[in-house]
Every structure is written in C-alpha cells, then in structure tokens.
Design a protein around this ligand. Sequence first.
Ligand code: ATP
Length: 303
Amino acid sequence: MSTIELAGASRWYGNVVAVNDVTLSIRPGLTGLLGPNGAGKTTVLHMMAGLMAPSQGEVLVDGRPAWRNPAVYRDLGLVTERESVPGFLTAWEFVLASAKLHKLPDPASAARAALAVVELQDAQDRRISTYSKGMRQRSRVAAALVHEPSVLLLDEPFNGMDPRQRMHMMELLDGMADAGRTIVFSSHILEEVEQLSGTVQVIVSGRLAASGDYRHIRRLMTNRPHVFAISSSDDRALATALMGQVSVSGVSITGAGLQVHASDYGEFTRALAGLARARGIRLTAVLPSDESLEKVFSYLVTT
Ligand SMILES: Nc1ncnc2c1ncn2[C@@H]1O[C@H](COP(=O)(O)OP(=O)(O)OP(=O)(O)O)[C@@H](O)[C@H]1O
C-alpha cells in the first residue's frame, strides 16, 4: 500500500511555470488526474515517477523523495503518453524483456502473470503491430507492472480508445486498485473518468483546481454559468420571455441574435423550446458559446 504526497510542489521549465505550488495526497486506489492540454499533468506524473525533480517543494512516495531514488523506482511503474511499442515483438517478448530489465529472479513467470492481469494471454504470441489500440496499450501496462509495483502511473492511457476499450481498461485499473495498488492516470476528457470509482484531481494551468469524486467534479462544471448564442424568428419577443425565467441571469440583443446567460444548463435548455413554442417563435440557432474545455476548466480556478 503506497501513498504519494505533493507538498507545495512546483516545476518550471525556463520561465514556463508548468506546475505551480500543488499540494495533494494520493492514497491506494484509483485516482484520475484531469485537466486540459498543457495543464501540467505529465509534469506531475513525471515528478511522481522520480524522472524529474520539483523546482520547489516536495514529491514523496511513501514518505521518500521520488527524485533519484532507486528504492522508489523499484516499486513503481510508469506508462508514458507516447505510444512507443516495438511492433515487431510479440507481447510475450516485450513483457519478458521488461522483466529481464528489472532483473527479476523468474522473468518468465513474472511476464506470464503480468499478461494475465491485462488479459492478453491469448494474443501474447502475436506481433504487437497486429494489435488494436486497446491491446497495444494493455501490453504497455503489462510491461510496466511486470515487477509488481505498488504504484502505477499512466499518462493518458485512454487516448484514442473507443468506448468499449476504454471501459475494459477502466475495469482493469479498477481491479488493480481493488488489489491494493495506488493507481494514477491522467486524462483531458471529463467523460473518460465517468466510470471512475475513485478520486479526481483537477489541474488547470499548473494549479490544483478541484478534487473529489466524479459526480462532485461534474456538478461543479455543470452548475457554472453558461452563455448561449440564440437566433429566432422574433428575437425581441424571445428576449422578453426569457427575462422571466429563473434560470436566465441576463439577455442582450446583439447584431447576430441574442446572447443569453443561464445558470443551469439543463433547466434552461428544457425551458427554452416550450417557451418559444408557446409564443409561436421559431428557434433558428441555439449554440452554447463558451463550451471549450479550457473555459470549463478555467471556471473552476476562478471560483
Ligand atoms: N521540456 C519543456 N520545456 C519547456 N516547456 C515545457 C516542457 N515540458 C512541458 N512544458 C510546458 O509546461 C506546461 C505543462 O506541460 P505538461 O506536458 O506537463 O502538461 P499536460 O497537462 O501533460 O499536457 P498534455 O496533455 O498536452 O501533455 C505546458 O505549458 C508545456 O508547454
């Protein structure tokens, strides 16, 4: 059972501050590190893996600094973001090579066990180049856990996977977490962590913006104010009708239609159609105008 602690950890590259004074604690189980591209997730994972020193503060695995600490490396596996697998090898050869690199006493049985965890035994003698994206990713997970580390770090493991592959991988990670491992994975897509039973840590612009379970984070993101660009057959009449809605906090008439600020996404979109219909107004466009992921995440840091 391992824990990971970041205490006031910062990391900068020249004058780019990638991670800014992050304090968090990760316990055994499954943790998702969520944030938009460039938020600092890879940097956090690399500091946890001891590949990179914090510029300031501490990154501890079981109370020991991760940086330059072979004892930590022996108990930790990292699946990096880049999908660099030697396609000419079979999964068996690939995972066995990893077991030998770790100088395990019985590399063959360790490789067998790791391939069984990721459920690749049946395909283990095929070249990796013939695998699906999900299978390739599982072969990399097997190579990272062949030495049975208590900590497994995965950088964007679901990238490019279809929903079925994603669910399978999530189940695998869940199973490993249930077995007492400390598993941390990064993602930039909120929906990817939907099935996650554990904790989500949200990183935005290098800072810890929120943490909690998936539902808590989802609520934080959907309860924020939304802006819609709307056009209709009668913008003025629609504006007047919208002003009376509880979920609407502001309406302005622009050259291109209406700009509406609403506090509750679901309630507003449900009310809008009925309200227009009742007044004989035809809606020609309803566009959420602030839906970029960065906006959604940055809402969390500004509140
Ligand atoms: N070696 C480097 N030199 C300079 N800047 C870097 C370097 N590595 C990362 N950065 C910058 O640090 C910030 C955080 O990068 P990081 O890769 O940790 O983010 P991320 O959340 O993992 O993003 P992504 O999902 O896009 O990989 C970004 O602004 C990035 O451009």
